[in-house]
Write a protein that binds this ligand. Structure first.
Ligand code: FAD
Ligand code: NAD
Length: 467
C-alpha cells in the first residue's frame, strides 16, 4: 500500500490549493478526485464558467445598448449561443488543465476516483473504471465541497427543471426562464440570460434579493437589474414546479396568498447548496455531521480525529472558493505545526452582476442587531467622473465605521468593478484602519476607487468632496 504524509480528498479550490501548500511544506501528497477533471465545482461548473458567460453576455449588452451612445455603429449584431457556450467550455478546459500542470510541478500524486475512509489512516480510491486501491496517510484533509440544494417538493430533472450546472450549458437560448432564489446564483445566471434577451423571472421568498447582504445593496442591484428587463417577484413562496414536456410550470403564492403561475422554458432552482459527504465513509472513523450536514470541525478546522481536517463548502461558513482556499492553506499549515491565521469576518463576498456587488465585514443590519454604535458614509457612482466616462453610474459605496473609534466595520459596494475594489477595504480592515485613514490616502484620479475614499470622508463627519 502506498503511504503518504498527506492525502487530500476533493480537488476543488480548497483541496488542490491545500495539496500545493502541503507539497511546499515537504509533505508527500496525494490528491483524490472522483470527477474526471480537477478544479471542483468552482472551475468546472461554478465560478469560472459562470464568469465566462457573464463576460460574453455583458459584451453583447454593451454592443446592443451602449455602443451607439459612444459613437460606435455595429450592424447585424447577433448571438451565436452555441459558440458562447463553447467558448465557456474552452475557458474551463484551459483552467482545469492549468491545475493538472500545477499538480505535476509540485510533485503531487493525483488519483482519479471516489475516496472513502476504510479506517482512520486508510483511504480507498475507486476509479470510474478499474479496480479500487488503498492508500495510507499520516494526515487526511476532507475537501469534498457541496452540491446544489433543492426544495422537498421539487424534483430536479435536468431537462426543464434545472440547477446551475445545466444552466451553464443549455442547448439553446431560452425565451423564458423562472429562477427560484434571488441569491448569488439566481442573480448572476439571471443576468446572463436577461442580457441575451430571455424573459427572466426571479422568484424569492424573502422581501429582498441577496437578503443576507447589506439591504442597501439588494435595493441598488434590483433597480439596475430591472433596467435589463429582469422581473422580480419578492415575498413569493413557491409551492409546485412541474415538467410539462416543452415547458416548466411554476406555481407560487404571493404575500397576500394569491396564486401566481409561470409557464417557462426552464425553471432554474437556485436556493442554495448543501455539503457533499456521500460515500465518504465518515462513519468508519466516527466523524459526525452537524444539523446542516456539514463536517464538524474545531477552530483549527480539525475534526474529532486529530489528524483529519475538513475545509471549504463541506464545513461551516460562506460557500466561497477563496474561503475554501484560505482554509486549505490554514489546515495544512496547522498540520505542519505552524500557527496560521484566518479572520472569517474579513472574507469578502461578491456578486458578479453589473453593477457588481462586493462586501466585507458587517452589514448595517448586523451592527444594529448587535447594538454596536456605528456611523455610515455613502457615495453614489453617479457623482464619479470615472463612472460617467464609462456609463457606469448605477450604485453606491457605503462605509460603516465605529461611532467612537472610527474603525471600519464594514464596506459595501454596488458598482462598477466592485469585485476588484473590495480588496482595498479588505486590506484596510485587516490592518484595522479607521475611516479617516482611508479618507486621507491618495486615490488615483479618475478611478472608481475614489468613491471609496469619498464614502470614507462621508463617514468621518460628512466631509465628502464631490457631492
Ligand atoms: P468543491 O469545489 O465543491 O470541490 C469538491 C471536489 O471534491 C469536487 O470536485 C468533487 O467531485 C470532489 N469529491 C467529493 N467527494 C469526493 C470523494 N468522496 N472522493 C473524491 N472526490 C470527491 N465562489 C466564489 O468564491 N466565487 C464565485 O464567483 C463563485 N461562483 C459560483 C458559481 C456557481 C454557478 C456555483 C455553483 C458556485 C460558485 N461559487 C463561487 C462557489 C464555489 O464554487 C465553491 O464555494 C467552491 O467550489 C468550494 O470549494 P471546495 O474546494 O470546498 O469544494
Ligand atoms: P444563496 O444562498 O446565495 O441564495 C439562495 C436564495 O434562495 C436566497 O435568497 C433565499 O432566500 C432564496 N430561497 C430559499 N428558499 C426559497 C424558496 N423556497 N423560494 C424562493 N426563494 C428561496 O444560494 P445560491 O444562489 O444557490 O448559491 C449557492 C452558494 O454558491 C452560495 O452559498 C454562494 O455563496 C455560492 N456562490 C457564490 C458565488 C459568488 O461568490 N459570486 C456565485 C454563485 C454561487
Amino acid at each position: 500500500m502506498d503511504k503518504y504524509d498527506l492525502v487530500v480528498i476533493g480537488a476543488g479550490p480548497g483541496g488542490y490549493v491545500a495539496a500545493i501548500r502541503g507539497a511546499q511544506l515537504g509533505f508527500k501528497t496525494a490528491l483524490v478526485e472522483k470527477r474526471g477533471t480537477l478544479g471542483g465545482t468552482c472551475l468546472n461548473v461554478g465560478c469560472i464558467p459562470s464568469k465566462a458567460l457573464l463576460d460574453s453576455s455583458e459584451h453583447y449588452l454593451k454592443a446592443s445598448k451602449e455602443f451607439e451612445t459612444h459613437g460606435i455603429k455595429v450592424g447585424g449584431l447577433d448571438i451565436d449561443f452555441p459558440r458562447m457556450i463553447a467558448r465557456k467550455q474552452e475557458v474551463v478546459d484551459q483552467t482545469v488543465a492549468g491545475v493538472d500542470y500545477l499538480m505535476e510541478k509540485n510533485g503531487i500524486t493525483v488519483l482519479q476516483g471516489m475516496g472513502a475512509f476504510v479506517d482512520a489512516h486508510t483511504v480507498e480510491v475507486t476509479p470510474a473504471d478499474g479496480a479500487a486501491t488503498q492508500i495510507s496517510a499520516d494526515r487526511i484533509l476532507i475537501a469534498t465541497g457541496s452540491e446544489p440544494a433543492s426544495l422537498p417538493f421539487i424534483s430536479i430533472d435536468g431537462d426543464r427543471i434545472i440547477t446551475s450546472t445545466e444552466a451553464l450549458e443549455l442547448p439553446q437560448l431560452p425565451k423564458t426562464m423562472a429562477i427560484i432564489g434571488g441569491g448569488v446564483i439566481g442573480l448572476e445566471l439571471g443576468s446572463v440570460y436577461a442580457r441575451l434577451g430571455t424573459e427572466v423571472h426571479v422568484i424569492e421568498y424573502q422581501d429582498a434579493i441577496i437578503p443576507t447582504m447589506d439591504r442597501t445593496m439588494g435595493k441598488e442591484l434590483q433597480r439596475s437589474m430591472k433596467k435589463i428587463g429582469v422581473k422580480f417577484h419578492l415575498s413569493h413562496g413557491v409551492k409546485e414546479v412541474t415538467n410539462a414536456g416543452d415547458k416548466a410550470v411554476v406555481k407560487a403564492d404571493d404575500k397576500k396568498g394569491k396564486e401566481v403561475t409561470w409557464e417557462v422554458d426552464y425553471c432554474l432552482v437556485a436556493v442554495g447548496r448543501k455539503p457533499y459527504t456521500q460515500g465518504l465513509g465518515l462513519d468508519k472513523v466516527g466523524l459526525a455531521l452537524d444539523g446542516r450536514g456539514r463536517v464538524e470541525v474545531d477552530a483549527h478546522l480539525r475534526t474529532a480525529q486529530p489528524h483529519v481536517y475538513a475545509i471549504g463548502d463541506v464545513v461551516k461558513g460562506a460557500m466561497l472558493a477563496h474561503k475554501a482556499e484560505e482554509e486549505g492553506i490554514y489546515a495544512v499549515e496547522h498540520m505542519a505545526g505552524q500557527k496560521p491565521h484566518i479572520d472569517h469576518n474579513l472574507i469578502p463576498g461578491v456578486v458578479y452582476t453589473w453593477p457588481e456587488v462586493a462586501a466585507v465585514g458587517r452589514t448595517e443590519e448586523q451592527l444594529k442587531a448587535d447594538g454596536v454604535a456605528y456611523k455610515t458614509g455613502s457615495f453614489p457612482f453617479k457623482a464619479s467622473g470615472r463612472a460617467r466616462a464609462s456609463m457606469d453610474t448605477d450604485g453606491v459605496v457605503k462605509v460603516l465605521a465605529h461611532a467612537d473609534t472610527d474603525e471600519i466595520l464594514g464596506v459595501h459596494i454596488c458598482g462598477p468593478r466592485a469585485a476588484d475594489m473590495i480588496a482595498e477595504a479588505v486590506v484596510a480592515m485587516e490592518f484595522r484602519a479607521s475611516a479617516e485613514d482611508v479618507a486621507r490616502m491618495s486615490h488615483a484620479h479618475p478611478t472608481f476607487t475614489e468613491a471609496i475614499k469619498e464614502a470614507a470622508l462621508a463617514a468621518t463627519g460628512d466631509r465628502a468632496l464631490h457631492i
